[in-house]
Write a protein that binds this ligand. Structure first.
Ligand code: ADP
Length: 500
């Protein structure tokens, strides 16, 4: 009898590398996690050491296998998922990075973006890529490295340097420096990828001054890219799935049909709505992105994010000292019926989609003599839900797809009052699955499908199981006044900071 086999998911996040071994039932049988250093060389700059990313990731892979007591032969496939947009450039021969990885949060290219915006290129760029002209995406980061590192542009033009997002860097290392490739989801976050042609865009490469020779080959999100080098763990196993973290979570939540959406409630919130085989352009400041590419077919999603999600809970705890822990926020919030007309707008760093107001700042409104700690906690949770609901309203408008339910994960999805309010606000059920490690699970699913570990999406759909369902409990008449109050509070918080 053949012995049992498993899928290894590698999840390279912004602050830590994780590895999880999944069995055929989609259960996590072992996992390992390792944090790595964050570097902030100047205000607004964020870097990672590429060797830290790789060494922490390979270490946790070996550790997870060892915890599960598995040899490399027991691994049917490896799936990769990663912090998106973070950009690396390294030497093809020596493997040496020419500069640290520039992390997605890094703002050093803001003035370059501003210049391009003044040149009027944003509309065409948005049409081609589905993105916005913002330092967040990879294109301007790569350009910065080519401009600022001595000799880099010449070496890149000579074909001696390689560019990659984090998936590409890890794949190259895992395959013993043989495979230089990315998947379509990661490519779609670079500002260099044309959604219509599904390939790198020569016009955009020219705009950013990036030689084609340094770009990875764009492959699908579920196929065998190559084998793990024999000297590594799990040596000989096929690397068979790649997707950026948010897309992997969408897959892990089995949002396979147009109109299905997931929200990850972490420090910020990331919402993705599957829109099917057509890329839907947003008229409400959302992003259009590749959901995944499989068997030659590309599916798309609309994406929006909330800058301050669970972070508002941390703020109540760490800055205000109002509570000792996140669960205490939930307990207190549940002691009051509602926020008593009190609104908290956590626009600490401006507002993202659909408002895009960098000058908005946090505001607390509607305070009366009776406002207390519990109201603060409740309003904080409600603010996370309001911001998410605003994004969903835009997604529905852009796509014409009415949301049927919202699947949720991430640290703050542990909060019952948050999810209940979210359901009340959306008027559709909010559903939390049994496995909330949806990012790693999605990468495992993509790899497992490519190697026949799982048959098809139908089988995977059966693995995804509902844990808790929050049904909308309050009617529209109860919710509309609250929504109106939120809108008014948003108006007051907008444009607070004066530009220089
Ligand atoms: P990230 O991946 O962004 O680091 P996580 O998914 O680990 O984030 O989620 C962490 C966030 O979840 C924190 O901002 C924290 O405040 C919030 N959080 C954790 N537990 C709860 C809870 N029970 N209620 C509300 N928020 C919570």
């Amino acid at each position: 009898m053949a012995s049992e086999r498993f899928i290894l998911a590698l999840d390279q996040g912004t602050t830590s590398s994780r590895a999880i071994v999944f069995d055929r039932a989609g259960r996590a049988v072992a996992s390992a996690q390792k944090e790595f250093a964050q570097h902030f060389p100047r205000p607004g700059w964020v870097e990672h050491d590429p060797m830290d990313l790789w060494s922490s990731q390979s270490a946790v892979a070996a550790e997870a296998l060892s915890k599960a007591g598995l040899s490399s032969e027991a691994i049917a496939g490896v799936g990769l998922t990663n912090q998106r947009e973070t950009s690396l450039v390294w030497d093809r021969e020596t493997g040496k990075p020419v500069y640290p990885a520039i992390v997605w949060q890094d703002r050093r290219t803001a003035s370059f973006c501003e210049r391009l915006r003044r040149d009027g290129v944003e509309p065409e760029l948005a049409r081609k890529t589905g993105l916005r002209l913002d330092p967040y995406f990879s294109g301007t980061k790569v350009r910065w490295i080519l401009d600022e590192v001595d000799g880099a542009r010449r070496r890149a033009e000579d074909g001696r340097l390689l560019f990659g997002t984090v998936d590409t860097w890890l794949l190259w290392q895992l395959t013993g420096r043989r495979i230089h490739a990315t998947d379509a989801t990661n490519a779609s976050r670079t500002l260099l990828f044309n959604l219509e042609t599904g390939d790198w865009d020569d016009g955009l490469l020219e705009l950013f001054g990036i030689p084609r020779a340094m770009l990875p080959e764009i492959r699908s999100s579920s196929e065998v890219y190559g084998e793990v080098d024999g000297r590594l763990y799990p040596g000989g196993s096929p690397v068979a799935g790649i997707a950026g973290d948010q897309q992997a979570a969408l897959f892990g939540q089995t949002c396979f049909e147009p109109g299905m959406a997931k929200n990850t409630y972490g420090t910020g919130c990331f919402l993705l709505l599957h829109t099917g085989g057509e890329a839907v352009a947003s008229e409400n400041n959302l992003l259009t992105t590749v959901a995944w590419r499989m068997k030659g077919k590309t599916e798309y999603a609309l994406e929006g994010s909330v800058f301050i999600g669970g972070a508002v809970i941390q703020w109540l705890r760490d800055e205000l000292g109002l509570v000792g822990s996140a669960p205490e926020v939930d307990r207190l919030a549940e002691t009051v019926e509602d926020s008593g007309g009190f609104y908290l707008v956590p626009a600490f760093a401006g507002l993202g989609a659909p408002h895009w107001d960098p000058y908005a700042r946090g505001a607390a409104l509607g305070i009366t003599r009776g406002t207390n700690r519990a109201h603060f906690c409740r309003a904080a949770l409600e603010a996370i839900a309001f911001q998410s609901a605003d994004l969903i309203a835009c997604m529905e408008k852009d796509s014409g797809l009415p949301l049927k339910e919202l699947r949720v994960d991430g640290g703050a999805s542990r909060s019952r009052p948050l999810l209940q309010f979210q359901a009340d606000l959306l008027g559709v059920p909010v559903v939390r699955p049994t496995i909330t490690e949806t990012t790693a699970l999605g990468a495992a699913f993509l790899a497992g499908l490519a190697v026949g570990f799982w048959e098809d999406r139908e089988e995977i759909r059966r693995i995804w199981k509902e844990d808790t369902r929050f049904e909308p409990a309050r009617g529209e008449e109860a919710m509309e006044p609250l929504r109106a109050g939120w809108r008014r509070a948003l108006e007051r918080a907008g444009g607070w900071e004066r530009p220089e």
